[in-house]
Design a protein around this ligand. Structure first.
Ligand SMILES: [Zn+2]
Length: 388
């Protein structure tokens, strides 16, 4: 048994001084508990002890210093997951993207399922970002797929129960059918890469959509059947339509420059949706094709956690989730407890995994993160064991 003691314990609703007891990779007790005689004591010297982070949206790992350590989810999801694990992410759902070929979807799916079946990896499930999204939104989206029942069944069958959530655009012609398919398979439905109308949003939520994929990023304004010519009303942006709806949780990519989400928009989302409904993600990419040091500081290309493709389009981040927590706190004024909640408890809840991960409550996996008051990672424990 291990006793992590002399810590500020971060629960979803409070911070309290105490101890976490761990046995066989699980949390036995947390709070004001007596130290059992036989426990190995780990004194945390007053640091914050919260749950390991949960990243629901990630395409790869970018090592800011050693380029050879970069990994992409398509060919090495376990390698990418290990990179994020060292930075504090103890649960991750690798994301296949709308711009990938079917073979890349199937390859990542196969590799992830192998790791999940083995049971010793931080990969807890799979995320399909698409493939049925709106080709008008997102980098390289000319590769977005057109819907067919056949290809839909093929990729969903390949992923089976390990596919935990799927991003789609509710305005696409076959979206209502796709919603019924996802619902019947118990897959969490994320809305994203979209220019949906208020009517589409209402139908999607009624059919079970519960998460918004990176709010304020890769979204537009509907100009279709609800256009001003038909309704006499100026159409709102998809971000505003979605933020105004009840019953949704919202992903935010908080990069250091506020490019994916402007600081005030992050604060607006937190105020509007409340701390129960914000999910921090990395949307991390797999590599950089240029050296950020070659650019002047005012150029966004100089940021280590932003990534642009050869056409200059924003194309994912180089974030790790603990860094996203720091940016979120800076942008919104949120405290450490709220940052932990939005990067562990909420994403776990969105995927219905909160009985297993996402908090330091008894019975959960002993995935623990030790940070200082600036949310700088001091130590990571995966199922009770230190991560080196
Ligand atoms: Zn995306």
């Amino acid at each position: 048994m291990k006793a992590f003691t002399n810590a500020k314990l971060v629960f979803p609703d409070r911070i309290e001084d105490g101890t976490v007891l761990v046995e066989d990779g699980k949390i036995l007790a947390s709070g004001n508990v007596l130290l059992p005689k036989q426990a190995e004591v780990i004194d945390l010297a007053g640091a914050y002890l919260g749950p390991g982070l949960v990243d629901n949206h990630c395409h790869g790992y970018i090592d800011p210093v050693h380029r050879e350590n970069c990994r992409d989810m398509a060919s090495d999801p376990e390698g990418a997951a290990r990179g994020h694990l060292r930075a504090g992410t103890t649960s991750i759902t690798p994301s296949a993207a709308y711009s990938w070929t079917k073979e890349a979807f199937l390859n990542m799916t196969r590799l992830c399922r192998k790791a999940i079946a083995r049971g010793d990896s931080s990969i807890i499930g799979i995320h399909f970002e698409g493939p049925f999204t709106n080709p008008k939104y997102g980098a390289r989206s000319e590769n977005a797929w057109t819907y067919s029942r056949e290809v839909c069944d093929e990729i969903l069958d390949a992923a089976g129960e390990d596919l935990l959530h799927c991003t789609y655009a509710p305005e696409l012609p076959n979206a209502p059918e796709f919603e019924q398919i996802l619902r019947s398979r118990g897959i969490v439905m994320d809305i994203g890469h979209t220019e949906l109308s208020p009517e589409d949003a209402r139908r999607a939520v009624a059919n079970g959509a519960s998460v918004v994929t990176h709010l304020f990023d890769a979204m537009g304004c509907w100009r279709g059947r609800d256009s001003i010519a038909q309704t006499g009303v100026l159409q709102e942006s998809a971000d505003a339509v979605l933020l105004s709806m009840p019953g949704l949780m919202y992903e935010l990519i908080c990069d250091s420059r506020g490019v994916h989400v402007k600081p005030c928009n992050a604060a607006l989302a937190l105020r509007a949706a409340g701390e129960d409904n914000i999910i921090l993600i990395t949307d991390s990419a797999d590599r950089m094709d240029y050296d950020p040091h070659d650019f002047p500081p005012e150029d966004p290309h100089s940021a280590m956690d932003l990534r642009f493709n050869e056409r200059g389009q924003l194309s994912g981040s180089g974030l790790v989730l603990s860094a996203a927590c720091r940016n979120f706190m800076r942008f919104t004024g949120a405290d450490i407890r709220t940052a932990f909640k939005c990067a562990s408890y909420n994403p776990a809840r969105a995927l219905r995994l909160d009985g297993r991960v996402g908090s330091i409550l008894p019975g959960r996996d002993a995935n623990l993160l030790v940070v200082n008051e600036a949310f700088e990672v001091q130590k990571v424990y995966f199922r009770g064991e230190p991560v080196e």
